[in-house]
Design a protein around this ligand. Structure first.
Ligand code: TPW
Ligand code: MG
Length: 544
């Protein structure tokens, strides 16, 4: 079998379900094999950032592997930002770049798409991926592929594979099975003992879950663990959408001053904060009303568990959770914890001529969900992300930490491809200007997302920080008018009545994307962004 086929079989075996890509001459031979072998379906998009975001979202959703295939230089450098985001947010993304063949590389000529040296690209990707391989030797390739895919899954971070175009069809042996993860058993057992002691001693433990829980496929297990321990579950901002389909759905999302006050209090006053797969980022903890004392908390993330002043190194989340579950099984003396009131979401959008606000959009979507069931959500950065916290918890992909614009639309396409479910995409006008065009690819693949563009003709989030700058004013692009030429349906709405009607029309219109351009006044912020801005001001302004 040829090298490219072995690579594709290994990807499929390790949890990839499709490849997003854009070819180029250095990648054409590989794309030919992708298409003709049929091992994994190929979904081409229009711009490499879209490819990266869609593949990232598919990997995030599936908890398997997202795959992005691009060409050397121009294609690869275009995908740097999404790969950096996947690194920061721990998304298992495999980047496969075409490259010049060995003879061309040795010709002494500068090759097209070459930046500085032929190795510049490899050096750039070394910085933003957790493992790399150059498949320039068919004898070494199987072991290199196995190592890189194992790293991707173990660390849940992107990896980089460079495939010279003359290596695609060379004969190559099968990629060996990935080595099983080794767990340091003595320390695991001590770690589990101490965890359970600390939780038992706490009077108000809270389980706070973050992105690694989905990446390592542990939502069901943690639901079970929470039930057995009788501990309430809350997600971080980035973990929003986790565990919604378990028996113990989270009570809500911890957003500090920007979120539900009762929930914030519960997390900040907990004497047994049990954090699983949580990234200690400013977006997760930056606007706390009261500094969380992390030394009194337990943090399991990044392949280690820390509590108090010490760390159990080499304790992987999956092994840790499994060991906890096994140990708690024979502990019948856990007392059920008092549970906070669930967060109430606004519903019942009044269909009248009131001008739209982000809060009304959330209410309209909650009504839609009540009538038609849940939709997975893909979100961009901007007030659309804060609006998502006023929508009932559902699967969510969003750049909650790295905060790159342009994620929402292509991520929504990746989410539909991976989940088979129709998503709702929430995106601001500024972000839509970046990657909204990718909707033109929906028709080809039968994707039909409902896209709500929050159009305030503004980089509004930036305006909240610096109101005096006129450069935050954007023009009115009338996005709904472009929908039909991209193969979809567009509706521009100004009032609550028009929004309610448009959402209902979108729900019954299947087979085409529906773009609802929701016109908002500048300064009309979501309740969560309003609280967030106040919270940031409170924390950054000197106290009198
Ligand atoms: C790739 C910086 C963060 S939020 C924002 C900018 C420019 C404005 C977003 O405008 P939009 O949404 O989409 O209309 P809204 O609700 O604020 O009006 N470049 C990239 N990523 C980021 N985060 C920025 C710039 C930014
Ligand atoms: Mg805007």
């Amino acid at each position: 079998m040829m090298l490219a086929e072995q690579l594709l079989h290994a990807l499929a075996r390790e949890g990839a379900h499709q490849i997003f890509g854009i070819p180029g001459d250095f990648a054409l031979p590989f794309f030919k094999v992708i298409e003709e072998s049929g091992i994994l379906p190929l979904r081409t998009l229009s711009h490499e950032p879209g490819v990266g975001f869609a593949a990232d979202a598919a990997g995030r959703y599936q908890g398997g592997l997202g795959v992005a295939a691009i060409t050397y230089g121009a294609g690869a450098f275009n995908i740097v930002n999404p790969v950096a985001g996947a690194y920061a947010e721990k998304s298992p993304l495999v980047v496969i770049s075409g490259a010049p063949g060995r003879r061309e590389s040795a010709s002494g000529l500068s090759l097209h798409h070459q930046a500085r040296t032929l190795g510049s690209q490899f050096a750039v990707f070394r910085e933003i991926t957790c493992d790399q391989a150059q498949l320039d030797d068919p004898l070494r390739a199987p072991a290199d592929i196995a190592r890189v895919l194992a790293s991707c899954k173990r660390e849940s971070r992107p990896v980089y594979i460079e495939l010279p175009r003359d290596m695609v069809t060379v004969p190559c042996a099968e990629v060996p099975p990935l080595a099983p993860e080794s767990d340091d058993l003595p320390s695991l057992s001590a770690c589990v003992d101490e965890t359970l002691e600390r939780l038992a001693a706490a009077s108000s433990p809270v389980m706070l879950v973050g992105v690694e829980v989905r990446r390592f496929g542990l939502e069901k297990e943690l639901g079970e663990l929470a039930k057995k321990l009788g501990i309430p579950v809350v997600t971080t901002m980035m973990g929003r959408g986790l565990m919604v389909d378990t028996d113990t759905p989270p009570f809500g999302t911890y957003l500090g001053l920007a979120g539900d006050p009762a929930l914030g209090e519960m997390v900040e006053h907990s004497d047994g904060l049990f954090m699983l797969g949580v990234i200690l980022s400013d977006t997760n903890f930056g606007v706390s009303a009261r500094a969380i004392d992390f030394r009194r908390a337990i943090l399991a993330a990044d392949g280690a568990v820390s509590m108090g002043y010490h760390t159990y190194a080499g304790v992987k989340l999956r092994a840790y959770v499994a060991a906890l579950l096994a140990r708690v099984a024979d502990k019948a003396d856990v007392k059920p914890m008092a549970r906070p009131e669930p967060v109430v979401f606004s519903r019942g959008l009044v269909a009248d001529d009131t001008a739209l606000t982000p809060g009304a959009i959330a209410a309209g979507i909650n009504d839609l969900v009540a009538r038609h069931g849940k939709f997975p959500l893909a979100c961009d950065i901007g007030d659309c992300l804060f609006t998502a916290f006023d929508i009932e918890q559902t699967t969510l992909v969003a750049p909650g930490y790295y905060a790159t614009m342009g994620f929402g639309v292509p991520a929504g396409l990746g989410l539909q491809e991976a989940s088979g479910q129709r998503p709702i995409i929430l995106v601001g006008d500024g972000a839509f200007q970046m990657t909204g065009w990718e909707l033109g690819n929906c028709a080809r693949y039968g994707w039909d997302p409902i896209v709500v563009v929050l159009n305030n003709c503004s980089w509004e989030m930036l305006r909240t920080f610096q109101p005096e700058s006129k450069f935050n004013d954007l023009d009115d692009w009338h996005f709904a008018d472009a929908a039909s030429s991209l193969g979809g349906v567009g509706m521009r709405v100004h009032t609550q009545r028009e929004l309610a009607e448009a959402l209902e029309a979108a729900a019954v219109q299947r087979g085409k994307f529906v773009l609802i351009e929701a016109m908002l006044a500048r300064g009309a912020l979501s309740p969560t962004l309003e609280r967030f801005v106040k919270g940031v001001r409170r924390l950054t302004q000197p106290q009198p």
